[in-house]
Design a protein around this ligand. Structure first.
Ligand code: SF4
Length: 67
């Protein structure tokens, strides 16, 4: 079980945790990856960015999810 809070996960993952272009992938073994969807059209962006991403020209904050 993963007891990490959202805040500490954001610290570990960096910008991808809150970016509208990221897609969270969970492996069969429970590992979490963040796929950068910009990589599909722009080779400048890695498919699986090395975390934490601390600055990124493609970062767009995702809209807040409903409570
Ligand atoms: S655009 Fe940058 S911050 Fe957003 S998912 Fe891709 S690598 Fe992460």
């Amino acid at each position: 079980m993963n007891l990490q809070s959202d805040e500490s996960r954001t610290n570990t993952v960096g910008l991808c945790a809150t970016c509208t272009h990221s897609r969270k992938i969970q492996s069969d073994r429970g590992s979490i990856f963040f796929l950068c969807q910009l990589s599909e059209n722009d080779p400048a962006f890695p498919r699986y960015p090395r975390l934490p991403v601390l600055s990124c020209p493609g970062y767009v904050p995702a809209p807040a999810s409903p409570a």
